[in-house]
Design a protein around this ligand. Sequence first.
Ligand code: ATP
Ligand code: MG
Ligand code: MG
Length: 551
Amino acid sequence: HATPLPNFIRYIMEEDLRTGKFGGRVVTRFPPEPNGYLHIGHAKSICLNFGLAADFGGYCNFRFDDTNPSREEVEYVESIQADVHWLGFDWDDRLYYASDYFEQLYDWAVQLIKAGKAFVCALSPEEMREFRGTLTAPGKESPYRNRPVSENLDLFARMRAGEFPDGALTLRAKIDMAAPNINLRDPVMYRIKHDPHHRTGDSWCIYPMYDWAHGQCDSIEGITHSICTMEYEDHRALYDWYLEQLGIHHPQQLEFARLNLSHTVLSKRRLIQLVQEGLVNGWDDPRMPTLAGLRRRGYPPAAIRTFCERIGVGKRENLVDLALLEYCVREELNRWVPRVMAVLHPLKVVIENYPEGQVEELEAINNPEDPAAGTRKVPFSRELYIEREDFLEEPPKKFFRLSPGREVRLRYAFFLKCIGMVKDPATGEVVELRCTYDPETRGGDAPDGRRVKATLHWVSAAHALPVEVRLYDRLFSVPHPAAEEGDFKQFLNPNSLETIRPCWVEPTLANAAPGSHYQFERQGYFCVDPDATKGNLIFNRTVTLRDAWAK
Ligand code: ATP
Ligand code: MG
Ligand code: MG
């Protein structure tokens, strides 16, 4: 675990612990709405909430904020839990649902009605918007604002009993229609929705609004620090107002800047469109910024946690470059991922002076970063595949790889010299190289001290396994699609997925399990797709290598 960086929330918690504000405890919560899959923005919130709680010896509750039945589904409830576990966090038995508190929230609403602090309103949504006023003009009071308490109690009970259709009535807090903060202009607490809920079924046809639910749920659970994104800064006055009126445990709401990541979108509302319109292959498409997508792509959870630590926690929104995330992924994979050889775009090589039918095993290093990873044997024979782009018939000045008459090193094997080419008579394309090898150079060096300027990866044609490889590029071709004019979907990168097959991998990969990671030497990090089977391996490119390894 990396040493946590200081941030303003951490300072506030330290101070609160010092002064004993919440009885010397830190209790946080992660409160996702089950209306989509989690994305890497949520990871920032998860790492923050679970991380801070752990660092201060407190705990973090997992709470589904399931107050809007029309968008919520069990599929999301399940995926969200799986994704948080995958990211490396656990909530033991502290799993809660806002819907478990519906009865208590109802009772508290009744309490506010009795105190003359809430009323049943019959304004239509349009009227309500008009009455609300603007930033510069105060609002107008609802004509229903001064209903007697007894009438409010009766109507609210009948709202619950299902006597009214959707939208006919709302319960509103009675605060101040002239408040400079529009959130305090008699906000709606309950709306009618005859919609079955994934947990409470048809028990309820009135549902609490976010603001009415959230603080009270925090209070019930004894949360001390309720951490949310900056959009809720203007809601804090309302959060505080409800808790003060009820006179119950009052957590501190703290806001931080949400994560924006370049070349993608981080909002379930937008991501769901990509899924529903078939613009990606589901929530776990490896191009998606969802945790399920990143997992399938091969991003290790430790890299995501490191990324969340590195971006820090502040109050000002910015756009984090995807390159930083990719850097964290490489850094993590580099430490422990085994290296193998794979040829993505094959060009056949025939070694004329290598005996036909002979096979020898060469020793290859599994991970130069980790001597304990040991070595493996890879077969070498007369016919190989090399990468097509490692050969040029007419090489430009700085091209040091294979070309006619030139000698290069084959990784873990021998020096190889190109002595001829076979071309397709129709297209003129080079389809095969005729070469010789120098048996004296086994292991990579020439006894006579002669040097080569390039080392190529290769596989033995007769032994290599044909596989499918999926190369991914950024999902959007502009840095901040959500900030562009018009529909964000018009900025999708049309070339974000390239599927190539057959590619050829060394035979040691025959039993590669779905989810396992490999570095294809000189190509990048790859991960076996969950759809792969033993005879039909599919590799997703997680990330390319640093450009540093000279080609
Ligand atoms: P979305 O806009 O994607 O629907 P949301 O905030 O509505 O996001 P919730 O399920 O309510 O989604 O989020 C759970 C928690 O994750 C909240 O506390 C929210 O503030 C946090 N969160 C969501 N998106 C981000 C983000 N991009 N960066 C940091 N935290 C985020
Ligand atoms: Mg939300
Ligand atoms: Mg949302």
